[in-house]
Design a protein around this ligand. Structure first.
Ligand code: GDP
Length: 427
């Protein structure tokens, strides 16, 4: 049984949580493959809203095994807090499984994330300051501590002592901060966290392969999004991992031939948090209206998101980068009050036309979007349940997007609720 990947196609917050929720009934295993607790998925189940940062959203369904894959970086304090909060709301978390190869976010990662951002001043990256980037940096530098080290106190302590010596020198000599105490960190991780985290640790590669062999459905859930990818995004204003569908393989231990469906999620407009190029950005009343109607404030940080017109150039690039098989379009309802709607179908720069995102970022900063304009539908879509309920203008808008992107739009979101979507199989 092949696996399915769900990936954000823009700069995040496209509504991945809701799509996972929609697909949950068909799935047996849901895997997070990258990122850490810098992600924030909001899922509405019935009348309840849940915000999940680290635990895969599959946890909200009793038939699903939620897996935190090897590509994720895990802050055990956050993991346990999230589990306690879910338990307090009656959610069973006993099936959560964590890869022993996932890396740990350590206190010095958080400290370094904070001080380096401050040190960079106006050039700061706008990270969530939760230690995710420094944890991935240590993974690549091969000085990281892994979840499996929690079950071997001797190894844990040896690795901690080596790495902390260097981190403390950095904190004290470069950033003028107090050193961190190895005893305190080891005590917390080994005595407080390990007894609760170690029982969740398993060979997740084996679990996933056996699941597929047994004909079970596996969903790989990306955090952040394509244009925040450390390789393919708008570097350096990116995350420190690979949200693109290829990351689902490295971050879970499945091979590319085990994935046969890649669903890209896109908002019916574009949003971005923090700095970085954004060709279709709207710095006007229309942008404010999108913020207001779309509640465009960060799940984790509360930061106001920048908003702009739908960008088919980005989406075409996302189709290539992820081999998308289809699109799920969210938040079409946010557009309900617009008299006219625009879609960016190409970029222009110095007389050259771009159908894909230019590789040189200096060009991307200077491109001018080429828009196609359509009439709005000026109708409340929130009650629509079938294609027939959508006004012709809304259907035309979706059809134009599908044509420009080159893959079908299969689902269209018309509100935050689980039932608020329209199946668009014919586009
Ligand atoms: P994620 O990180 O990609 O899951 O995105 P967020 O957690 O930021 O979710 C996006 C928000 O949009 C959540 O509050 C969802 O409930 C909401 N949402 C998802 N789909 C739709 C939709 O079709 N219409 C509206 N109005 N809201 C939606």
């Amino acid at each position: 049984m092949p696996a399915t990947v769900v990936v954000g196609t823009q700069w995040g917050d496209e509504g991945k949580g809701k799509l996972t929720d929609l697909l949950a009934s068909e799935m047996d295993v849901v895997v997070r493959y990258q990122g850490g607790h810098n992600a924030g998925h909001r899922v509405v189940v019935g009348s309840e809203e849940f915000t999940l940062q680290l635990v895969p959203s599959g946890v909200l369904y009793s038939h699903i095994t939620p897996v935190i894959g090897n590509g994720v970086v895990v802050d055990p304090a956050v993991l346990l807090e999230e589990i306690d909060a879910l338990n307090a709301r009656g959610v069973d978390t006993s099936k959560v499984v964590v890869s022993g190869n996932a890396h740990l976010v350590m206190p010095y990662h958080q400290e370094l994330d904070r001080v380096t951002e401050r040190y960079l001043g106006k050039n700061s990256l706008g990270t969530t300051r939760r230690g995710i980037g420094p944890a991935y940096a240590d993974k690549a530098a091969r000085v990281g501590l892994r979840v499996q080290d929690l079950s071997d106190p001797k190894i844990f302590r040896q690795k901690l002592d080596v790495v902390l010596k260097e981190k403390n020198a950095l904190l004290a000599k470069v950033y003028n901060r107090l050193p961190l105490a190895a005893d305190e960190i080891a005590g917390r991780y080994l005595e407080e966290y390990a007894p609760r985290v170690v029982p969740m640790v398993a060979d997740t590669v084996d679990l996933l392969h056996r699941s597929l062999e047994a004909g079970r459905h596996v969903l790989l859930e990306g955090a952040q999004a394509t244009f925040l990818d450390v390789d393919h995004g708008t570097y350096p204003f990116v995350t420190s991992s690979n949200p693109v569908a290829g990351g689902a393989c490295t971050g879970s231990g499945l091979g590319p031939r085990q994935i046969d469906r890649v669903i890209g999620i896109a908002k019916a407009y574009v949003t971005r948090v923090g700095s970085g190029p954004f060709p279709t950005e709207l710095d006007d009343d229309i942008g404010d209206l999108l913020v207001e109607r779309g509640h465009e404030f960060g799940t984790n940080t509360g930061r106001r998101r920048r908003c702009g017109w739908f960008d088919a150039v980005m989406l075409r690039q996302a189709v290539r980068l992820n081999s998308l098989s289809e699109i799920a379009l969210t938040k079409l309802d946010v557009r309900d009050t617009f008299e006219r709607v625009k879609v960016c179908v190409a970029y222009e720069c110095d007389g050259e036309r771009f159908d894909y995102v230019p590789y040189h970022q200096s060009t991307l900063h200077r491109v001018v979007p080429v828009y196609e304009e359509l009439p709005g539908w000026l109708t409340d879509l929130s009650q629509a349940t079938s294609l027939a309920d959508l006004p012709q203008q809304a259907r035309d808008y979706v059809a134009l997007l599908a044509e420009e992107i080159g893959v079908p739009v299969r689902l269209v979101g018309v509100g935050p609720g689980r039932e608020q979507f329209v199946s668009f199989a014919s586009v």
